[in-house]
Ligand binder design. Sequence first.
Ligand SMILES: CC(C)(CO)C(=O)C(=O)O
Length: 442
Amino acid sequence: MQHILRCRSLWRASTLETCFGSRLHVYGEPKARFASTWAQDAEEANRGSNGPPLSGRVHILGIGNVGSFIAHSLAARSSPPPITLCMHNKLLYNAYRQRKESIAVSIHGMDNIQKGFDVEVVDPNGTWYPAPSKHDRGPGGTESPFFNPEASGPIENLIVCTKAHHTVLAMEEIAHRLTPESTVCFIHNGMGVIDILNQKVFPNPETRPNYIQGVFSHGLTRKEQFSIAHMGVGTTILSPVGHRVAHLTGPDAEKSWAPTTKYLMQLLTLTPALVATAETPAGLIQYQLEKLAVNCCINPITALGECNNGELLYSFSYTRVMRLLLFEISAVICALPELQGVPGIEDRFSAERLRRYVVSIARMTARNESSMLQDINNRRTTEIEYFNGYIVRRGEELGIKCALNYMIKHLITGKATALAQRDRAEVPFSHEDIMFDGEEPQ
Ligand SMILES: CC(C)(CO)C(=O)C(=O)O
């Protein structure tokens, strides 16, 4: 039975089946789909390849809300794979040690704590070192975290959960550890990051790693560093993307995936808490674009108006602005060359359907502050370049002027600049105020 299920195409593992499977799992009757161990999955993914056996290890870069949730979900599996948290500085590692080297996710007010992660920290020269385990540190646990003299080696599977505007920089630091056999799974809001990454970090298609991209819709809020609350169950929609898979859309396409891609897709779709499903590349783009349309409307307008998502629905003026933005967004999406020939595009991405979708999300998240409003208030860089900025760039390529999206992009950038200037005029009390007022470490 297990064999039959595991041989089925990942693409046919529908949302319903995954939800159903995870529910059975939660109630203590694990279905066969969830019964394989990570080691069996690694072995199966490597079958038929001439390469060395897979270690099955998963590295995670960007340990904010999404990265913490994914690490926690993998560790909570009945068969957790080896997981390494990649930390971009010692401050973050110290914060992790203060949290007793654990990640907590609270569901309905109950904290579930997972431990047992390995950690690597990058030094200022860009060399990654494994942090010593508790056992190596001895009873006091006070030794320098950098006593391990041997730099870390190549990475098989990397999940990158940094925000869109940090991804290229973060990848520059770790690119030397990735090979054409590695798979990198990107999970972030916004679009256009992979194009920039290919230009700046992996210009040669032959030496580039394999890519998976994910659209993540679980509702998470941060309680403290490495401690988050799971507010609403969403999904994680995944597809291999990039030059090695772009032309393959049939159900047998996965046969041509690299062993690490097969392994990571299998591992993530069989991790109940993620509610993850596999999609085709064309299917994934459509989910990404729907989410983009929502982010292009709710995020900048709430950030400019300093209001919650739900308040947008009670202002005639804000709904007019959203409608006008969506006319441009719909025109660009319907003209995208990568969607030509996909049936039903004009209906799925009509301005009216997108408007109804945006309104439904604003209603569902009515009491939330959008991530852009939080970024603006905390003086962090916003994702505007990968939201409305992406629409403007694609519009320019297609000869479609997006004056309103262009204006929104500049209103957000202008507001961020004005706030930063206002802050600079204030004299900080201490050095610490400068250090910690800025970007929150991920
Ligand atoms: C959907 C929305 C707008 C919910 O708040 C979001 O994804 C965000 O805040 O970034």
